[in-house]
Design a protein around this ligand. Structure first.
Ligand code: BEZ
Length: 325
């Protein structure tokens, strides 16, 4: 007798037998390539989840934007067509303006403080707005490090940035920063950046060490300014529809497993950031300008804060938090 027949018979005689909990493979999308730390931690998450659930749960990862760009993945999560995704905080700002505060320019000046912000109470509160605004549950944050500027041509002063076509991650708060110093922001997904640089469609990029190493952007933009001008966060998301279908116990188990790998991701970035810069120094093709601070950009921090404080109280809250570090 197959399972269907058994269930039909059981239903027919009016009593229930305990049925072993169903096995389930969650589909998880990312824009980053398999070499990226996020993808490595998602692989590790798959192992953790299989162990913790005695094989009931597993994860199939779809890297490199295979399921579409981040905006598309966010829509898929909302409809339940996708179970999970590790998306940039930048993408989520398009639906949750409070999250833009995490992209405040020069909010922190080092990666250890970026980690403290991402683990802070105000940052966690921002996640509370996700179910309503995006149809997702934001389980935890991680990051891909601090962002730097890479240009085709050398830059001597802020005036040189005027009119430069800068690739940015599509997000209004990031656009504001680049517009404020006179650049022409070109929003595009990570997967298109290398070709856009190679074919001259853009002059410069806003990027983190991890991605600069993985994609070798310096082959076409050999001038790197170490600005650390904003932190680049990630949010581990689960479709709210999928979450609602899980038992309380399973939610706790899955949430804890995801949290473990968010934490490991953050720890790895904090530990490895300096080493990545040193690796880049060893490349013959890169000209590195160190320690480019907020003063390089004039009064941009004040102007950015004034504009974004109108959109979200978290700009002031996070600045206050960091002032106490
Ligand atoms: C980006 O859009 O620049 C990006 C996205 C995910 C990871 C790293 C970079």
């Amino acid at each position: 007798m197959n399972l269907k027949t058994v269930l039909a018979v059981v239903a027919g005689v009016g009593f229930a037998i305990p049925v072993a909990a169903q096995e389930r493979e969650f589909r998880l999308g990312l824009i980053t390539p398999p070499v990226h730390v996020w993808n490595q931690e998602v692989e590790a998450l798959n192992e953790t989840l299989q162990e913790e659930s005695d094989g009931r749960f597993s994860i199939a990862a779809f890297p490199s934007g295979q399921l579409g760009n981040e905006a598309t993945m966010l829509q898929q999560l909302q409809t339940g067509a996708l179970d999970m995704a590790w998306l940039t905080t930048a993408e989520v700002t398009t639906r949750v303006p409070d999250m833009a505060a995490l992209h405040a320019p020069f909010l922190v000046d080092n990666i250890a403080d970026a980690a403290r912000v991402l683990r802070s109470e105000p940052a966690r509160e921002i996640l509370d707005g996700l179910p309503r605004a995006t149809g997702t549950v934001g389980v935890c944050y991680a990051m891909t490090g601090m962002r730097q500027l890479m240009t085709r041509e050398p830059v001597e002063s802020a005036d040189d940035l005027d009119g430069m076509r800068f690739r940015i991650t599509p997000a209004p708060a990031i656009r504001t920063f680049f517009e404020m110093f006179g650049a022409a922001p070109a929003p595009m997904p990570l997967t298109q950046v290398y070709d856009a640089l190679a074919n001259g469609q853009i002059d410069a990029i806003d990027m983190d060490f991890e991605s600069i190493i993985n994609f070798r952007y310096y082959e076409h933009a050999p001038n790197m300014m170490v600005t650390n001008h904003h932190m680049f966060g990630m949010v581990a998301l689960v479709s709210a529809r999928v979450w609602a279908d899980l038992s309380e116990e399973d939610r706790t188990m899955i949430g804890d497993a995801i949290q473990t790998h968010c934490d490991r991701t953050i720890d790895r970035f904090v530990e490895e950031e300096d080493g990545k810069l040193e690796r880049l120094r060893e490349e013959d093709d890169i000209e590195i300008t160190d320690d480019v601070g907020p003063e390089f950009f004039g009064d941009i921090v004040e102007r950015w804060d004034a504009e974004w404080a109108e959109q979200t109280p978290y700009v002031a809250r996070l600045r206050e938090l960091v002032a106490e570090f």
